[in-house]
Structures are given as structure tokens and as C-alpha cells.
Design a protein around this ligand. Structure first.
Ligand code: GDP
Length: 312
């Protein structure tokens, strides 16, 4: 890909989009375009159509989505379904109509069945029931990845659906009600330390396992997938190992330096027991994650502390 190739990042302010923007800028890509949601509401078909008709990007990374942790997914399930269906339908169809060379569509490991065999291979898609806490989000994302596959089949497009495991990193959402587990616990544990609290409440039983991928690793994988000649239709991106929520809490406690205890609120849902991705497909293509969880959490904590709203 030429350094002046026109690349449109949808969702450049989000966790994934902002990491990709940093990566592309660092690598010297000079023709990156983006719009804030106030400038371009991707849920509005006509606006998306006229934007892409005019902008005519060669590459599109569709990282705009309504996302959130286990509680937000349940509380705002209608919004998760509607917003994501609208955004992805408009962008994918307009990308085809305006001759986009390659599009990367961002999914998530929650699209796979709740009790899928582990590690989860791409082929296990639609082989069982979904986890109820994020069903609306998963249904939208499955529709998006199927849309990519069917456009490829019918129209010969090159639309790749990327399924990352649980993401974290700088620019994450630390809001207690909406965040995913890693930023949520990082914030809670930091606050507990600063305020000298005795304990921190962790939701659920602590036994579910999650695989955490640093968003800078994902950004690197996305660039790798844009550049490669052979493009798989569906590809998992992960680190190849997972830990329990309890182990995660212990690790965060250690890194933050919190001396108090951890208690479990079992009235909160556990969600999927495990969703470790099988990453052989992307490995065979030649890509592997580099950032260890410990290193990634330390860096994320530093960037969290540096953000102005945090009291130290
Ligand atoms: P999931 O991977 O889609 O289930 O989403 P989350 O990242 O929100 O949650 C992962 C797991 O962490 C679930 O078992 C949650 O119950 C657990 N968890 C523990 N404490 C928290 C917390 O403070 N916030 C969130 N979001 N999850 C938590």
C-alpha cells in the first residue's frame, strides 16, 4: 500500500480507531480521512452515501460501533442492536458502491457461541446459542460479518471481518457503568488505593476467563491485514492465552499497588465462561501479538494517570 493511499477510519476517536490512527501516522501514511460523529452520523444512510461518494477512499477501516461492557450491553441492548446495524450496513454498502479496494470490519469474540469448544476457531461461528448478556451486540456483528462475506461472494469485494478478543489500552472507556472489565477494575482499584478503601468489589464469581489484547497490537494486525495479498474473510486476532477475572484483579492490584482485599459481587452476571480465540489463521498469515499483559496494563495505567480527570 502506498503511503499516500486514501484510508478512511470510521470511528477514529474510539479505542481501536484512535490506535490505528496513531499507528498509521507513525508509519508515515499521509492521506488518512476521518469524521467525528457530530460531523457525520453513520446511522444516517444518505449522509454516509454522500460522504463516501465524495471522499472515495481506497481503504476503509470500520471501527465505529456502539460498544460497552457486560452491564451496558444488557441495559442498552436495543441501542446496541440498532446503532451497530445501521452504522455497518450504511458503511459496508456504500464502500461497495464507491469502489473501495479493501474494507476491514471490526467484530468481537462474543459473536461465537457461549459454549463453543476452546480455543474458538473461525469455523465455529453459528454452531450454537449466543451468550444472553451480549446477544444484541453479537447479532448485529454477525449480520455485519455476513454482509462482508455475501458482498464478497456476490460482488467480488474484499471485505474482511476481524474478530479481536477483549481489547484494552490507552483511550479506553473508564466509565464504571459502561466499561469493560479491565478498565473498570483498573479505575476501581486505583480509586481504592487513593482513598484508602479496605476492599474492591469485582462483579460475578471471578472464575470466567478472558483473553486480553492490547489495542496497539490490534492496530498493527489491522495494518498487516490491509497490506497482505491473500485476505481471509473472517479472522480471529488474539494473544493465544487467557486468565480468570480473579487473576486479572490480582495482577491489577499488584501493578497499582493496592494493599486491600478483593470481594466478589455474585449478584452481577459472569457472562460467557470462556472465549479464548484460536489464532492459528492469523499466525499462518504471519502475524503475532507482541505486548505482554503485564507490560500492556502498566502502560495503560500510566496513560490513565496522565489523563487530566484522574486524581493521584
Ligand atoms: P464480556 O467479556 O462481554 O463479558 O464483558 P466485560 O469485560 O464487561 O466483563 C468480563 C467479565 O468481568 C464478566 O464476568 C464480568 O462480570 C467481570 N467483571 C468483574 N468486575 C467487573 C467490572 O467492574 N466491570 C465489568 N464490566 N466487568 C466486570
Amino acid at each position: 500500500m502506498e503511503k499516500d493511499a486514501k484510508i478512511y477510519i470510521a470511528g477514529h476517536r474510539g479505542l481501536v480507531g484512535s490506535a490505528l490512527l496513531r499507528k498509521l501516522e507513525r508509519e508515515g501514511y499521509s492521506n488518512i480521512i476521518y469524521r467525528s460523529s457530530a460531523e457525520l452520523d453513520l446511522r444516517r444512510q444518505e449522509r454516509v452515501e454522500s460522504f463516501l461518494k465524495l471522499a472515495r477512499p481506497e481503504y476503509v477501516v470500520l471501527a465505529a460501533a456502539k460498544v460497552g461492557g457486560i452491564e451496558a450491553n444488557q441495559r442498552y441492548s436495543a441501542d446496541f442492536l440498532y446503532d451497530n446495524l445501521m452504522i455497518q450496513t450504511n458503511v459496508i454498502d456504500s464502500a461497495y458502491r464507491n469502489g473501495v479496494k479493501k474494507l476491514l470490519f471490526m467484530g468481537s469474540s462474543c459473536i461465537y457461541p457461549k459454549y463453543a469448544r476452546q480455543p474458538i476457531k473461525e469455523e465455529y461461528l453459528l454452531s450454537g446459542k449466543l451468550e444472553s448478556t451480549n446477544e444484541a451486540y453479537a447479532i448485529a456483528k454477525i449480520a455485519g460479518l455476513k454482509m462482508c462475506q455475501h458482498y464478497n461472494q456476490q460482488y467480488g469485494t474484499c471485505f474482511i471481518a476481524v474478530m479481536p478478543s477483549n481489547l484494552y489500552g490507552p483511550g479506553d472507556n473508564f466509565d464504571p457503568d459502561r466499561s469493560h472489565v479491565l478498565p473498570a477494575l483498573l479505575r476501581k482499584i486505583h480509586q481504592a488505593k487513593v482513598e484508602n478503601q479496605k476492599e474492591v468489589v469485582v462483579w460475578g464469581s471471578g472464575t470466567p476467563r478472558r483473553e486480553f489484547l492490547h489495542v496497539d497490537d490490534l492496530a498493527e494486525a489491522l495494518l498487516f491485514l490491509i497490506k497482505i495479498g491473500h485476505s481471509p474473510q473472517l479472522v480471529n486476532i488474539g494473544v493465544g492465552k487467557d486468565i480468570t477475572i480473579r487473576e486479572l484483579a490480582m495482577m491489577l492490584k499488584e501493578i497499582v499497588g493496592f494493599k486491600g482485599g478483593i470481594v466478589y459481587d455474585r449478584t452481577k452476571p459472569d457472562g460467557t465462561p470462556r472465549k479464548l480465540l484460536d489464532i492459528s489463521r492469523v499466525k499462518h498469515l504471519g502475524w503475532q501479538a507482541k505486548i505482554s499483559l503485564e507490560q500492556g496494563i502498566k502502560q495503560t495505567y500510566q496513560s490513565y494517570l496522565a489523563s487530566s480527570r484522574v486524581f493521584k
